[in-house]
Write a protein that binds this ligand. Structure first.
Ligand SMILES: Nc1nc2c(ncn2[C@@H]2O[C@H](COP(=O)(O)OP(=O)(O)OP(=O)(O)O)[C@@H](O)[C@H]2O)c(=O)[nH]1
Ligand SMILES: [Mg+2]
Length: 444
């Protein structure tokens, strides 16, 4: 049993262009609020039937046609927001869509804030907070896996797990409260209903969910590829080649790069973040030393390290100081300087300078990202969720320590319950909601 958030009923009509900015075949203007049926009539002269595609012309105040397209009407509560919603699918140009939007404003709607449609869906109990966040995660998903995982969160997989734990916490709380309220009972209620074992099981399952949420966060973050290796082997040149731009300084001098430089790179349909780092070697230079320490830090959190080797050098370097669980690929660079290179090297041989074999490396990266296995049923999660799960775990630890003192036990369980329900938003403040929804795009 969850306690729904208390909200004021929303009465304003909001409107926004729901499709991405730019030119496209179709553009959508979405309107939500009370009484959109009347609004549809003013806009198009049509009295729309629920969930029916009406072909219509939209007109301005003088009766001139603004655009023609499809009008859809979803009466409350069976709509995205839970309110009555109108969607106009017209031509996808910014100028024409803005004409339609301006007309909606003239007729009394106001511009929607970022995420306001989804916020209304939350306020109308159509979805919980985790689901609302997954809408934005789905839109921003950088790979097919991330999209699938966000969709699982949106369909409630993560929320159900949270709600299940909340239910069990509530049962425990009831047992503890009962043993406080009826101390004179002959039987020990906590013993009779195995409260201690229940608490231990709950702690266990919460730990398992925390591990899954952490993995869900990694799906959401996308893949991090770190370019590392000795100085002057062509690391920055490789980053520039992938970025298609001179983002990192390249010089013939060893020790050029100091700060890690991260760029978002597109490989096929997938986005990954690629970080160039300072060349690793022994040095007394304090600035280089700091750069090298930052390079090590980047490698520790990488999903993959590309260890770049200068294929022309007499001593080919071997990857070193790479954390055990991070995969490493050897990249032999500068093969344009070698007359006969095919079959010479075990790793991937490229020329960052001329672009030779970079497509092969790009393809290997795409396969790597797409084949990462997060297990069946993976869902996306955010830092906010992970923090709340950790805090709940600590509060349950506290409850176990306080087990013998009923009042303290009750208090620890109460705070644990409160922390856990904040994840789905059943106990939340306006401030947090503002923070979450302001990161959405307008029209969602
Ligand atoms: N011929 C050739 N030269 C390259 C290639 N890649 C890099 N270089 C040259 O090698 C030199 C060093 O390149 P960088 O990209 O700055 O090397 P780095 O590994 O980032 O060096 P540090 O930042 O000092 O660690 C520059 O003169 C580049 O033009 C390549 O594939 N072929
Ligand atoms: Mg460099």
């Amino acid at each position: 049993m969850q306690v729904p958030l208390q909200v004021n009923h929303v009465t304003e009509l909001i409107a926004a262009i729901a499709t991405a900015p730019g030119h496209g075949g179709i553009g959508v203007v979405r309107i939500s609020g009370p009484d959109v049926r009347l609004f549809a009539n003013q806009l198009s002269g049509i009295d729309p039937k629920p969930r029916h595609a009406h072909f219509c012309k939209l007109r301005d105040a003088l009766g001139d046609v603004l655009d023609e397209g499809i009008l859809l009407y979803f009466p409350a509560p069976n709509s995205y927001t839970g309110e009555s919603v109108l969607e106009f699918q017209g031509h996808g140009g910014p100028a024409v869509l803005n004409l339609v939007l301006d007309r909606c404003i003239d007729l009394g709607a106001r511009l929607a804030l970022p995420g306001e449609f989804t916020k209304r869906a939350f306020l109308n109990n159509r979805i919980d907070l985790v689901q609302a966040e997954s809408v934005s995660d789905l839109i921003e998903a950088s790979s097919a896996q991330a999209a699938r995982a966000a969709l699982r969160s949106l369909s409630g997989v993560f929320s159900q797990r949270i709600n299940g734990l909340c239910e069990r916490l509530i049962e425990l709380r009831m047992l503890v409260e009962a043993s406080i309220d009826f101390p004179e009972e002959d039987i020990d209620i906590l013993d009779k209903f195995n409260a201690c074992q229940r608490l231990l099981d709950l702690q266990n399952d919460l730990g398992a969910l925390l591990v899954q949420a952490q993995s869900g966060k990694r799906i959401q973050d996308g893949v991090s590829v770190v370019i590392a290796g000795p100085p002057n082997v062509g690391k920055s040149t490789l980053l520039n080649a992938f970025a298609g731009d001179d983002v990192a300084i390249v010089t013939p001098y060893a020790g050029t790069t100091r700060d890690p430089i991260t760029e978002t790179i597109q490989v096929g349909p997938v986005l990954l973040s690629m970080t160039d780092t300072a060349g690793l070697h022994k040095t007394l230079d304090p600035i280089e030393t700091e750069g090298i320490s930052r390079a090590h830090k980047a490698m520790r959190t990488a999903d993959l390290v590309l260890w770049v080797i200068d294929a022309t050098s007499k001593e080919l370097s071997e990857p070193e100081n790479i954390p055990e669980n991070v995969p490493v690929w050897k990249i032999y660079n500068k093969i344009d300087l070698i007359a006969q290179h095919s079959g010479l090297f075990g790793g991937i041989a490229v020329s960052a300078h001329s672009g030779l074999n970079l497509n092969k490396l790009r393809e290997e990266l795409r396969i790597f990202v797409e084949s990462r296995d997060f297990g069946e049923g993976a869902f996306t999660a955010r830092n906010r969720h992970i923090e709340a799960l950790r805090l709940t775990r600590d509060q349950l630890d506290q409850a176990l320590q306080n087990y013998e003192v009923c009042e303290l036990l009750a208090e620890s369980l109460r705070t644990a319950h409160q922390t856990l329900s904040r994840i789905t938003g059943t106990f939340d403040s306006e401030a947090l909601l503002g923070e979450i929804f302001s990161r959405f795009c307008i029209g969602k």
